[in-house]
Design a protein around this ligand. Structure first.
Ligand code: SF4
Length: 352
């Protein structure tokens, strides 16, 4: 354990004071999200997986969590659902393996655990898609198990609290954070404490502007007032972003749009607008273009209209299906860029 921890929590009393101050602050000021009103491990796992790589504002504000819980209300309902329905409900959240893993976890719980979710972090971590953070979150939020958690918010708070000046995305950095979290997690009020330390990172010890004046635990903080505080936690140098170009066509016939299945494991089960090579675009009219980002790629997407005269030859060479164009619900699960292109096309034609 790095010396920073011992300097802050030199006595058991200091740690107890920190824990109770943080929990009291949370009980008074914490936000009241739907997953904080339940002890249902299923609902908590759904929220945790949705919130990986997706903002709370999207998950809640755009109704994803509410709709998902209405459609797949428990392990059994999700275990029995069709993959296409699951991907459709997840459409727009991206990183679709989260949805697939959620279903695999539900199947495992129904088949191997008699419908009862494991209560301890080790058992939870054996479920598909559940890592150390998620296991700790479900164990502590649903079962009050003493389980530490480290997500991006907690990593920021701990780095600043201990003025930790090493990259946190290394084995050494991760060990430091998890060791600290392990020692700091109380045996009682675990649910409140874990929620509180995350909330502190979301609301007070924020990325750009830590509000040390209003911070409930500033008296324990070694980082406050130090130069470069806002840059913590430190990370290794970023992977370079690669630029790619992509060309697709919109092909409409009798109110239906032609779509193809995505290739590749990551996007398996999703559909897209048909892709064409740049040499095939020379005589086509470009309808729109925009950029999107995926993993380490920045993609410039160009969308062309295919004349109806060549439609037969084009679709004969491809494996795809026609879907009702103006009915969002009858479209299969689509990658976000293609859904955006279809919506723009609809808006343009509705307005013309
Ligand atoms: S005192 Fe400032 S830097 Fe320290 S934990 Fe609070 S907000 Fe973060």
């Amino acid at each position: 354990m790095a010396a920073g921890y011992e300097a802050v929590f030199s006595t058991e009393g200091a740690l107890v004071g920190f824990q109770s101050t943080l929990c009291d602050w949370f009980d008074e000021s914490g936000k009241d999200y739907p997953w904080r009103q339940t002890r249902d491990p299923y609902a908590i796992l759904v929220s945790e997986l949705m919130l990986q790589q997706t903002q709370i504002a999207t998950v809640l504000g755009k109704g994803y969590y509410r709709r998902w819980m209405a459609q797949f209300g428990d392990w059994e309902a999700l275990a029995q659902a069709k993959e296409q329905d699951i991907l459709k409900a997840w459409e727009g959240l991206g990183y679709y393996n989260r949805a697939r893993n959620l279903q695999k976890a539900a199947i495992r719980i129904c088949d191997d655990y008699g419908g009862n979710c494991p209560r301890d972090p080790d058992g939870l971590e054996r479920l598909p898609g559940v890592g150390r953070y998620t296991a700790g979150a479900v164990a502590s939020f649903a079962f009050e198990a003493r389980a530490p958690i480290v997500d991006g918010n907690v990593a920021r708070v701990l780095s600043r609290l201990f003025n930790f000046r090493e990259p946190v995305d290394t084995t050494f950095g991760q060990k430091f954070l998890w060791d600290c979290a392990e020692r700091m997690t109380p045996s009682e009020r675990v649910r409140s404490y874990n929620s509180a330390i995350m909330e502190l990172g979301q609301q007070v010890c924020t990325k750009r502007m830590p509000d040390c004046v209003e911070c409930p635990v500033s008296e324990w903080c070694r980082g406050k007032g130090n130069e470069g505080l806002e840059a913590l936690p430190l990370k290794k140098a970023k992977v370079a972003i690669t630029q790619k170009n992509e060309s697709v066509v919109i092909l409409i016939r009798e109110g239906r749009v032609f779509l193809e299945r995505e290739a590749g494991r990551r996007r398996n089960g999703l559909w897209k607008l048909p892709e064409i090579s740049p040499s095939q675009t020379e005589d086509l009219e470009e309808l729109m273009s925009f950029d999107y980002a995926i993993t380490r790629f920045k993609v410039s997407l160009k969308v062309f209209e295919l004349p109806s005269a060549v439609e037969g030859k084009f679709t004969a060479d491809r494996e795809g299906n026609w879907y009702k164009f103006n009915d969002e619900a009858s479209l299969p699960p689509l990658g976000s860029p293609y859904r955006k292109a279809i919506r723009k096309y609809q808006n343009f034609h509705d307005g013309s």
